[in-house]
Write a protein of this length. Structure first.
Length: 329
């Protein structure tokens, strides 16, 4: 029996989570769901974007599934705060070509490992009417931790290269720490090639030679931006899952946001959420089930018969979900 925390959030988060639950219910697994609130709708109801009860539910679960949340003016991000509460320091974002999707190339298969707890996402800002200051915190300890996570993921995937992304030519102290920590850890993995690029150059290389990358490690903001850019290489955010992993917790969320412009229309692509659930099952040790879900998604996408509007079709969220379930069972 796995105890799973379900936090749908708002916007299309609720729709893609309903689709995901529909699929999970069809699996031959014992899954027990407990529900928590978060996001804009939660703030309007409870006066907070992330209630203590939701944090408690997540901490007491084997893993947490998060849908999406709309930004609430003047309030902290619930997903960023939940990551901190669970100490899930590694944000893992796979980028993979699918036949039938609008991919730049058919041989893209890399993963971005993004540091989750520091950088500009520390959310420490202050100032006066003349200027505002945001603190960018980078430590050796955390940089080494995320670098080790990247090298271990490279080993697990059977790949051979880890690329560090930074801007140490300008941010000499903070990104200097990140780069230095990366190469210190790299010495522990002599069988894996270690390289580094400035973030601006990396942005170009992801467009011109994405097939040459395997595992990319970056600080919080750089990793966030590059992963959205990379999703565009393989068909968009509808195919962009992610997992947040720590030493004792796993929090899984699709990369896409709450998309309020299409919320409530039942046309959101559920694949990112379903692939995110697959990552969760892999984390829980259900590798065969996880792999079968990935194959089912890939089959439906490659067939191209049932597509949501972001893929040029007119299928609903649940129609695409049911097609994936049919392939799965």
């Amino acid at each position: 029996m796995y105890n799973i925390a379900i936090i749908s959030g708002d916007g299309i988060g609720k729709e893609v989570m309903d689709a995901c639950e529909y699929l999970l219910d069809k699996l031959d697994l014992e899954l027990s769901f407990k529900y928590g609130e978060a996001g804009f709708d939660c703030f309007n109801k409870n006066g907070t974007t992330l209630p203590e009860e939701t944090i408690k539910i997540a901490k007491n679960s084997d893993a947490t599934l998060f849908g999406a949340s709309t930004s609430t003016p003047g309030q902290p991000s619930p997903i960023i705060n939940l990551r901190k509460e669970l100490n899930v320091y590694a944000n893992i974002r796979p980028i993979k070509s699918y036949k039938g999707a609008n991919s730049l190339r058919d041989d893209i298969d890399f993963v971005i490992v993004r540091e989750n707890t520091e950088g500009l996402y520390s959310q420490i800002e202050y100032g006066d009417e003349n200027k505002m200051i945001a603190e960018r915190i980078i430590t050796h300890k955390t940089s080494e931790r995320i670098s080790k996570a990247a090298f271990n993921i490279c080993k697990k995937r059977g790949q051979n290269k880890v690329t560090c992304v930074h801007k140490s030519n300008v941010l000499k102290k903070t990104d200097g720490v990140f780069k230095e920590s990366f190469y210190k850890v790299a010495k522990e993995y002599p069988q894996i090639t270690a390289e580094d690029f400035y973030v601006d150059a990396m942005s170009m290389y992801l467009i011109t030679q994405p097939q040459n990358f395997e595992v990319i490690v970056a600080s919080n903001l750089f990793g966030d931006i590059l992963s959205d850019q990379s999703a565009g290489l393989v068909g968009g955010l509808g195919l962009a899952p992610s997992g947040n992993i720590g030493d004792s917790n796993g929090l899984f969320e699709p990369v896409h946001g709450s998309a309020p412009d299409i919320a409530g229309k039942n046309i959101a692509n559920p694949c990112s959420m379903i692939l995110t659930a697959s990552m969760m099952l892999d984390y829980l040790g259900e590798w065969e089930v996880s792999n079968n879900i990935n194959k089912a998604v890939e089959k439906v996408i490659s067939d191209g018969k049932i597509k949501t509007p972001d893929f040029g079709g007119d299928a609903s969220t649940m129609e695409l979900t049911k097609a994936i379930v049919k392939e799965l069972i």
